[in-house]
Design a protein around this ligand. Structure first.
Ligand SMILES: [Zn+2]
Length: 205
């Protein structure tokens, strides 16, 4: 589920639809939670889908660490990629605002953490644009993304969290433990790759 202070808007003929903030979303705000309403399609199920269904899931879904396709039932599936995105996936099952998001600003995400099964050309226009978003991005960029997560996690308790109750208590407990200094409670984003990275390394060859 996506943050309630957001809406779908046309982002231009080149980009299509995008999700835009309708109110200030401070740094540290949980912007997306993978909750029980998300549609989950296993890799085996995906192979049995009608081509029209498969196209929809492939276009709007992302893959979790077990290789399942996850499709948001709300506008979350319309979030666009940016190489300097204002939200970032964490290893805890949610995405977080990594800087303040102003009303009217497009909410963006980095698809490099979503286990693409193909290399996506990128023309996001940011100074940090990688040019191509690849299935194996997590292998190469996880340390940088983890560093951002470590900076952001302490902010979680300082800002309103409309989606906070959708996060399992055990996840909050784990975050609390990390913030209290328990390094073993940190969940690296590299784990988001899971089984997918082995396939991605085949792609790289
Ligand atoms: Zn880019």
């Amino acid at each position: 589920m996506i943050h309630p202070d957001s809406e779908l808007r046309w982002a231009g003929d080149h980009i299509g639809w995008g999700v835009f903030a309708t109110a200030p979303i401070p740094r540290g705000t949980i912007v997306y939670v993978r909750d029980e309403l998300e549609v989950e399609v296993s890799a085996a199920q995906f192979d049995t889908l009608h081509p029209l269904q498969a196209r929809f899931v492939h276009r709007y879904g992302y893959r979790d660490e077990r290789g399942n396709w996850i499709v948001s039932i709300d506008n979350g599936r319309f979030i666009n990629h940016c190489c300097s995105s204002n939200t970032l996936s964490t290893g805890y099952g949610f995405e977080v605002a990594v800087r303040d998001i102003e009303p009217g600003e497009q909410i963006t995400d980095d698809y490099g953490l979503l286990n693409l099964d193909y290399a996506m050309e990128c023309g996001c226009g940011s100074a940090e644009c990688r040019g191509q978003i690849r299935p194996d991005d997590l292998a190469f960029h996880h340390e940088r993304w983890d560093a951002v997560c470590r900076q952001i996690l302490p902010c979680l308790i300082d800002v309103p969290q409309p989606l906070g109750e959708l996060l399992p208590a055990a996840t909050w407990q784990r975050i609390s433990s990390f913030l209290a200094g328990d390094e073993s409670s940190f969940r690296t984003v590299r784990d988001l790759a899971g089984d997918n990275l082995a396939a991605a390394s085949v792609f790289q060859q």
